[in-house]
Write a protein that binds this ligand. Structure first.
Ligand SMILES: [Zn+2]
Length: 69
């Protein structure tokens, strides 16, 4: 479920409950997305750049899915 926006950025989904980038399911025709991992609708989405910037994510950390804490 990755689309390109007008700026050519990848749209990604960030679950505020899981605190990580997640796969989502779209609910109906609304712009509401449900986290496939925990099932919450507490999901933010945007371009990769904006999400990573807003939530201060480290790309390496996400890719390796390792957590030091
Ligand atoms: Zn979640």
């Amino acid at each position: 479920m990755i689309k390109k926006d007008e700026l050519g950025g990848e749209i990604i989904f960030y679950c505020k409950d899981c605190e990580e980038i997640v796969e989502t399911s779209r609910i109906g025709e609304k712009h509401v997305y449900k986290c496939r991992k925990c099932g919450t609708k507490n999901v933010a989405f945007g371009t990769k750049r904006s999400i990573y910037g807003f939530f201060r994510l480290d790309e390496k950390e996400v890719k390796n899915s390792k957590k030091s804490s």
